[in-house]
Design a protein around this ligand. Sequence first.
Ligand SMILES: [Zn+2]
Length: 78
Amino acid sequence: MKAVCPTCKKKIDWKESRYRPFCSERCKLIDLGRWASGDYRIPAQSEEEAEKEAESSEGQDADSNDRPNEGGNGKSPA
Ligand SMILES: [Zn+2]
């Protein structure tokens, strides 16, 4: 069975590689290094966004109650 080293794209023999799916220990370490340095990013919702969403859905109810006082009629408090 043939495989391709994810690091250097070299073809390797799956059965013969001690470091599969990498062709060598070097490639394995390089790949680990990439993870550590943030080269591979896992797309995930940031905490900030999650907070924003929770805030806006919570705030909508309170906001609709207050809205008439907040300049809906164009009056500005003197
Ligand atoms: Zn390699």
